[in-house]
Every structure is written in structure tokens, then in C-alpha cells.
Write a protein that binds this ligand. Structure first.
Ligand code: GLA
Length: 375
């Protein structure tokens, strides 16, 4: 991956790149659609990345070529126009930095990625964090992982108009090798949790891609806010299971399902983090599978292919549990498996998914990796 990047940079600029930023994708082990409800999440950064090789410019221009995309990002720092292609992610970061009074400088470079787009592995947050890191190196402002993730979220919420929570930006920012991150999305307190030994998280890409998801995602955000209001709170985070069961009767059926998912998912997320500390992989797997059923039936963000993939994975020997990961509507599932079954698991899931759907899935083993950094 670096080879293509360095070669393209060399062809374009006639010199070797001296600065390369690497930003990871992520999977969420559990805690889905809970972050914008002030709840709990448990993601980990993965060993798939976006890399940007770059150098400073003397003017206020940003020029970024992406290997694999037809168009470039090419704009002046003072231009905050939304233009409707991938370069808006780059523009959103220069916009948010200016909005927060950072003194930013121009740069140019080349980018490459092996994070599939729209697959639920957070290629967007990864790109936002990569661009932010490039700006911080070029403009020499200090890097604070938490503050930078908040800025990237602001860029996504306000410039790109996706009302996402903080999970993706934060894990792409501060992910740690060998660890998942338990995050309380209300006060942003966090705890790095070790993944138990002798198990692997396998990424099962259905190779179906979500489309027009932004409006469905923002609709879920609104439904949750309405449900919280019904219970007399600002956020579903505040509603205990007991309070929910006691007071749910008058709530609209659809909102009830949305609320039920979030309230129980918060509970499952805490339980998984505890089970990780106890190395109780059976319990982790069971909770992951419950999470999938809830996302399918109550939150309605799964898809036919994701359900098939999860069902196939769960039937395999050595699999403790499986679920869709990320926003949903297509993309990837993950499975927690006994490491000694991995070859057989991957082979059988590939064959069975292909048999059922006619689609060849992509399957990768994934290790918990570090957040964005210069490499
Ligand atoms: C997307 C959003 C996150 C989170 C997940 C669902 O990845 O960017 O903030 O809401 O969906 O858990």
C-alpha cells in the first residue's frame, strides 16, 4: 500500500514523501446506535487504514489526489463550499478548523485507502482524522486526541449534516493496539479493555453497500429523541430498564422498539466490557448475538445479507457470536471466534454465504490497532 502511495507522490512531486499520516478504520464490538443517545460503546481500531503522504505549500491551497477516486480535492482554505463529492470531507476539516480559530496552512499530497467505503468500517471518520492530523502537522498546532475527535464530529454534524455520535472519530483518533475502548458518550470517560487471549474478531463483509443512509440515520436520531421526551428525559441513556418496562405502555409502537434497542444495548455493552475483563468469551458472544437480533427487529437497521451472514457465522464451530457492525443497512458483520478455528471458519463462511446469496464475501481477520499517527 505504501509503495503505490510513495510512487504516486514521487511521480507527482518529483521527490520522496517525508511525511505520511496513517488513520485506521474501526469495528464496533457492541454498543450500536447508542453514542448519539449519550450511551456506551465498545469499538476498536482495525489494521486497515487510510494513508496520506503530504508536503507543505506556500499558499492557502489544499490539493489532494486520491488513488482510486477519479476526482481530486482542490480548493482554497478560504473556500467553504459544499460540492457533493468525497472532497467535502477534506473541506469539512478546513472549515471546522477555521470556525474554531485555528491558523491553518496549505498543503498537497496523495492518499490511498484499504478501508472499503460504505461498509460500516468507518472510512469517513478515518478520513476526517487523517486530514485533521495532516493539518496539525503542517500548521503546527498541538494534538489532543479527544479534542481533535470532537472537532471532526463537529465537521461531520455541521458541514456534512450527518448527526453522528462521537464513537467513530474518537476510536480512529485514540485507538490502542490490543485493546477495545469502552466509552461513556455522555461524559466521555473511557477505559481501554484488553481483548481476551486466543480469540479473534473476524470481519465479514457482505459486499453489499448502504445507500442513502444519511436520512435513515438522522431519522433514528430523531426517533430516539422523541422517545426520550416521552419518558420525560433528554436522552435514552437516562432510562433504566425498570423505568422503561413500567412506563412504556402509552408510547407509539415504533418509538417503543427504537427505545428498547438503545436501553438494552447500553446494558449489553457494559456487560460485554465486564465479560472481557473476566475473559468470558461465551458471554461476550451471546451478548453480541442478542445485539444483532435487537438491531434487526427493534432498530430495523440490518439487511437481508447481514442477517444471512450472521446466521451462517453463528452456526460454525468455534464461533461465540456474531453481529452487524456500524450504522447498518448493508456492509459488514463481525464474529468472535476461537482462534484455532479461524481457517476453517473463514473457508466455510465464505462458501456458505456464496451459496446462499451468489455474492463472494470479503473476510478479514482483524487485530486491534492504534489511532491516527505519523508513520
Ligand atoms: C455510524 C456513526 C456512529 C454510530 C454508528 C452506529 O458509524 O458515525 O456515530 O452512531 O453509526 O452505532
Amino acid at each position: 500500500m505504501n509503495k503505490g502511495l510513495k510512487e504516486t507522490f514521487y511521480h507527482k512531486f518529483g521527490e520522496e514523501p517525508k511525511l505520511i499520516v496513517q488513520s485506521p478504520g474501526r469495528v464496533n464490538i457492541i454498543g450500536e446506535h447508542t453514542d448519539y443517545n449519550d450511551g456506551f460503546v465498545l469499538p476498536m481500531a482495525i489494521d486497515r487504514h487510510i494513508r496520506v503522504a503530504f508536503r507543505p505549500r506556500d499558499d492557502k491551497k489544499i490539493k489532494l489526489e486520491s488513488i482510486g477516486f477519479d476526482s481530486d480535492a482542490n480548493f482554497s482554505i478560504n473556500d467553504s463550499t459544499y460540492i457533493g463529492d468525497w472532497s467535502d470531507y477534506v473541506r469539512s476539516i478546513s472549515w471546522v478548523l477555521k470556525k474554531n480559530n485555528f491558523d491553518i496552512k496549505g498543503w498537497e499530497g496523495v492518499m490511498v485507502s484499504n478501508i472499503p467505503i460504505g461498509a460500516g468500517l468507518s472510512s469517513s471518520a478515518s478520513l476526517l482524522m487523517a486530514i485533521l492530523k495532516v493539518f496539525s502537522v503542517i500548521s503546527k498546532f498541538p494534538w489532543d486526541g479527544m479534542e481533535m475527535a470532537k472537532l471532526a464530529r463537529q465537521a461531520e454534524n455541521e458541514f456534512l449534516q450527518l448527526k453522528s455520535g462521537i464513537m467513530d472519530q474518537l476510536i480512529c483518533s485514540i485507538g490502542r493496539v490490543g485493546h477495545a475502548l469502552l466509552l461513556d458518550c455522555r461524559d466521555l470517560s473511557l477505559d481501554f479493555v484488553t481483548i481476551p487471549p486466543n480469540v479473534k474478531i473476524i470481519i465479514l463483509d457482505t459486499v453489499t453497500r448502504r445507500e442513502l443512509v444519511d436520512s435513515k440515520y438522522n431519522e433514528r436520531v430523531k426517533q430516539c429523541a422523541l422517545a426520550a421526551t416521552y419518558f420525560g428525559y433528554n436522552s435514552l441513556r437516562d432510562i433504566s430498564i425498570g423505568h422503561f418496562l413500567k412506563n412504556k405502555e402509552g408510547l407509539d409502537q415504533l418509538l417503543l422498539k427504537r427505545a428498547r434497542h438503545v436501553i438494552y444495548e447500553n446494558q449489553r455493552t457494559i456487560e460485554v466490557s465486564e465479560a472481557m475483563k473476566d475473559n468470558d468469551v461465551n458471554r461476550i458472544g451471546r451478548l453480541m448475538s442478542e445485539s444483532h437480533q435487537s438491531l434487526k427487529k427493534d432498530y430495523s437497521v440490518s439487511s437481508k445479507e447481514l442477517n444471512i451472514m450472521v446466521q451462517i457465522a453463528e452456526k460454525e464451530a468455534g464461533c461465540f457470536g456474531a453481529r452487524m457492525t456500524g450504522a447498518g443497512f448493508g456492509g459488514c458483520a463481525i464474529a468472535l471466534i476461537d482462534e484455532s478455528f479461524k481457517e476453517e471458519f473463514m473457508r466455510n463462511v465464505f462458501n456458505n454465504y456464496f451459496l446462499k446469496t451468489g455474492i463472494k464475501p470479503m473476510i478479514y481477520i482483524s487485530s486491534p490497532s492504534s489511532g491516527v499517527r505519523l508513520c
